[in-house]
Design a protein around this ligand. Structure first.
Ligand code: GDP
Ligand code: IMO
Ligand code: MG
Length: 424
């Protein structure tokens, strides 16, 4: 009957996949509404670890359908590879997965443009995952794109060639073009599409609305995070989609009036992968320690994630933009061995002005974070399942965050497994 939304409140990698997997038995459907294979959502089930890029994280729950919505951009090669990995593990992807015919296709040459354009930017590069996200959304808004439903058209190849040639002309404008096996990628692209033709490719907006009308509920799974949103993130160091809760309506075709809960996911500290401003970043051994204990390496690219302390002005902004109704705090266990934990409570401008608002442009307007110190708990909390059993310093830390952010902390996560969670 209702759509709940789950989104990242920081710069991505907050642990969305784990929480979606945990919540999926409560929903008839999990639906991705934006982004594409730039996402890497990790789910740990027993000894097995899965990283999902395009398939929603509800796929491990037998009774849950999983929809790749119209707002997503699909690389058929990645999707096909992901399906086969799950099928090898005996998950029933074919019956549980639906794909919108309006989702745009990432062509091999979109990935080549992504790489060419990034390399041309030198030091100014975004730090893109190079999965072709930006160029595909550019073709979507530029009204040149190809969509999943187009693969059934008799003139699909013609349309493909037209767009590919446009891309090749764009690439020729650049001084240096990275190595790229266009023919090899093209073969994989078409082979993958042939396999995907056997999947449920449908008018997803009709499907999801009749699903809701029949009394079932949907969890919309965000990718990336609010600070990577094309409008509200640290532009231009962002991704190319609306990662915020408002993106759900356009990315799935469900009216805003259908949306009920907005579950925000926040790590107990902060990370960012790729370039761009990050006010609370720690470029010292403390940052290094968080990275090592938290295994903060990209799930999609393997790159080192930049680490820092939690940032309250940033989180308050995300809560405001998304209308967050409850929070899942993740990776609290990573702070087990710190004597002191710092929290950014405000920013100081160059002229000495103190604010708790994010400046419009964090790239050119420099702010210094103002920190408050809290005592660490120096003990292992990963086995704790009740909030009341947290050591006093851990409990104080969580309560302080909850008080400041003014949103109930419904979940506190203390490990990568489904069960490593306190539910309030
Ligand atoms: P997502 O993109 O938001 O789904 O997050 P990622 O999967 O990219 O990164 C989160 C990482 O932290 C993954 O390796 C998860 O298995 C892991 N993780 C999630 N929650 C917790 C937690 O509470 N504690 C610990 N130690 N690891 C967690
Ligand atoms: P999940 O869903 C963290 C970052 C990239 C880069 C910028 C633009 O796992 O949280 P793009 O490939 O979109 O052109 O990259 O956004 N980025 C992510 N960072 N988690 C993600 O997804 C990300 N998806 C993109 O590192 O800085
Ligand atoms: Mg991730």
């Amino acid at each position: 009957m209702q759509v709940d939304v789950l989104i990242g409140l920081q710069w991505g990698d907050e642990g969305k996949g784990k929480i979606v997997d945990f919540l999926s038995p409560q929903y008839g459907m999990v639906a991705r509404f934006q982004g594409g294979p730039n996402a890497g959502h990790t789910i740990k089930i027993g000894e097995d670890k899965y990283v999902l890029h395009i398939i929603p994280s509800g796929i491990f729950n037998k009774g849950t359908l999983n929809l790749i919505g119209n707002g997503v951009v699909i690389d058929p090669i990645v999707l096909n590879w992901e399906i086969s990995k799950l099928e090898d593990k005996k998950f029933n992807v074919r019956d549980q997965l639906m794909i919108s015919n309006k989702a745009h296709l990432i062509l091999p040459t979109h990935k080549l443009i992504d790489a060419t354009s990034e390399f041309s930017k030198g030091k100014m590069k975004i730090g893109s995952t190079l999965k072709g996200i930006g160029p595909t959304y550019m073709d979507k808004t530029g009204r040149n794109g190809l969509r999943m439903g187009d693969i059934f058209l008799p003139n699909f190849i013609e349309k493909y060639e037209l767009l590919k040639n446009k891309h090749i002309n764009i690439i020729k404008q650049f001084d240096s073009i990275p190595d790229f096996d266009i023919e090899g990628e093209e073969k994989k692209f078409f082979d993958s599409l042939e396999i995907l033709k056997n999947f449920n490719i449908l008018d997803s907006e009709y499907f999801i609305n009749s699903f809701l009308a029949s009394g079932k509920s949907v969890l919309a799974e965000g990718a990336q995070g609010t600070m990577l949103d094309i409008d509200y993130g640290t532009y231009p160091y962002v991704t190319s989609s609306n990662t915020v809760s408002a993106g759900v309506s356009v990315g799935l075709g469900v009216a805003p009036t259908k949306i009920k809960k907005v579950i925000g996911i926040a790590k107990a500290y902060a990370t960012r992968v790729g370039s761009g401003p990050f006010p609370t970043e720690l470029e010292d051994e403390t940052g290094e320690k968080i990275r090592e204990i938290g295994h903060e390496y990209g799930a999609t690219t393997g790159r080192k994630r930049r680490c820092g302390w939690i940032d309250l002005p940033q989180l308050k902004y995300s809560i405001m933009i998304n209308g967050v109704t409850e929070i899942a705090l993740t990776k609290l266990d990573i702070l087990n061995s710190f004597d002191e934990i710092e929290v950014c409570t405000a920013y100081e401008h160059n002229d000495g002005r103190i604010t708790d608002q994010l400046p419009y442009d964090l790239v050119n307007i420099k702010v210094r974070p103002k920190f408050e110190k809290f005592k660490g708990w120096n003990s292992d909390i990963s086995g704790i399942r009740k909030r009341t059993e947290l050591p006093p310093n851990a409990s104080d830390y969580v309560e302080m965050l909850e008080r400041e952010l003014k949103v109930p902390f419904k979940y506190i996560s203390v490990g990568p497994e489904r069960s490593s969670l306190m539910v309030d």
